[in-house]
Design a binder for this molecule. Structure first.
Ligand SMILES: [Zn+2]
Length: 410
């Protein structure tokens, strides 16, 4: 357990969600025979009480680093003063994983437990400056491993990020942006214009043996997380080799795919695939329609944000206005990248029905509010380059749109 609490504290720091030093470093506790913490901290006094009241084995406590700190504080203030203490993002991770993001205004174990009984996370955000607790902080629990809290906290930061930037663009389009929103945007922009790394090199096509296929998939997953194109628990990777589709397992960490890859024979000769990614059907269908070998799927932030950008006038009169993610009837694009609706899974509104069709005409496509899929015919280089370059284009496009609207308010 000691190893695990340290591992996930490190992963939060690597993902730039937590600070590497000082009093704001992540705090993670895990319970085996006894309760261990990754580091001593005065917050553990309160956090220990949560273990007494909930049937959990681990807790993650994070004071998020910038830009998450400022944007979560902003969203939390808004939630506490207007929407009953709930932040309600509309992205896919929230919809399928978190539901919503509850906020409370004090670091109080009773209040924390009351929320964590029904939700994976709680945000602590004292509104009063005289409160000695420095907010905002995110708390999430696990019943099996600290990995669960780590995944939840990462997802809360992701959802908050998507929520702020989506809302801000929309508020500029409707002429309702507040000074506070402008100020926050200006404050956090420097953290987002990160230097653009060059795409890495990948194991080249053709792959000589099965072992190389596994190595190539592991490498592609790790790089996708390393480049910030997905948080480790989400996304998926697959590769078709010798009549078998090798695909990351559902719920696996994309940056730790060793022993989490399922071989699924295309002729169904074995029953493998039960633990395969929830998007297995979409991958199989994509391969049969496009003849591609490699598929890469991440949740790059500005691709997700721009996929949800819809003309407010049009939206107001659209009959599918509240079901954009499954029923948007319009042919939409960001640049040349098609945007399709579709849910995770294989239901009637599943992305397996929309995505593969879009990929027939484009080597990349965004699923509304969810993420980007890219394909290549040989190894992972092209799929990865596309993932990175589409996200960079979306980021630039987003800032262009914002600056144009700020200079010419409607
Ligand atoms: Zn996804």
């Amino acid at each position: 357990m000691e190893q695990l609490v340290n591992k996930y504290a490190q992963k939060l720091i690597q993902a730039k969600l937590g600070k590497a030093s000082g009093p704001s470093q992540p705090i993670i506790g895990g319970l085996d025979d006894m309760l261990v913490w990754n580091r001593p901290a005065r917050e553990t006094q309160v956090l220990e009480k949560i273990f007494d009241h909930l049937n959990i084995n681990s807790l993650v406590f994070l004071r998020p680093a910038q830009p998450y700190k400022s944007l979560i504080r902003y969203l939390a203030n808004q939630a506490l003063s207007t929407t009953n203490g709930l932040i309600q993002p509309k992205d896919c991770e929230t919809r399928t994983f978190l539901h919503d993001l509850p906020v409370i205004d004090s670091f109080n174990p009773k209040k924390i437990c009351a929320v964590l009984k029904n939700r994976k996370s709680v945000i602590i955000n004292p509104m009063d400056d005289t409160d000695s607790f420095e907010g905002p902080a995110i708390i999430a629990h696990g019943t099996v491993s600290p990995e669960q809290g780590f995944v939840t906290v990462s997802s809360v930061c992701f959802a908050g990020f998507i929520k702020f930037f989506t809302d801000y663009l929309e508020s500029l389009q409707t002429g309702q942006a507040t000074q506070a929103a402008h100020d926050l945007f200006d404050e956090i922009t420097p953290y987002i214009q990160e230097e653009q790394k060059k795409a890495p090199k990948f194991i080249p096509f053709p792959f000589a043996d099965e072992k190389t296929v596994y190595s190539a998939i592991i490498e592609a997953g790790r790089k996708t997380v390393e480049y910030g194109l997905v948080d480790s628990y989400f996304g998926n990777v697959s590769y078709l080799w010798n009549g078998t589709l090798y695909i990351s397992q559902t719920g696996s960490s994309l940056d730790e795919l060793e022993s989490c890859i399922d071989p699924v024979p295309l002729d169904h000769s074995t029953s493998a695939g039960l633990t395969a990614s929830s998007e297995l059907t979409a991958h199989l269908e994509t391969i049969s329609r496009t003849g591609c070998r490699a598929i890469l799927h991440g949740h790059p932030r500005f691709s997700v944000i721009l996929s949800m950008d819809c003309d407010p006038m049009e939206k107001a009169t659209c009959e599918f206005n509240t079901q954009c993610h499954i029923k948007c009837p319009k042919k939409r694009f960001v640049d040349h990248t098609p945007i399709v609706p579709g849910e995770v899974g294989t239901g009637p509104t599943g992305l397996c029905r929309t995505l593969p069709v879009a990929l027939e005409h484009s080597d990349n496509a965004i699923v509304y509010g969810h993420g980007l899929f890219t394909i290549s015919q040989d190894d992972f280089s092209h799929a990865f380059d596309t993932l990175l370059s589409v996200e960079n284009r979306c980021r630039n496009l987003y800032f262009k749109k914002v600056f144009r609207l700020r200079n010419n308010p409607s």
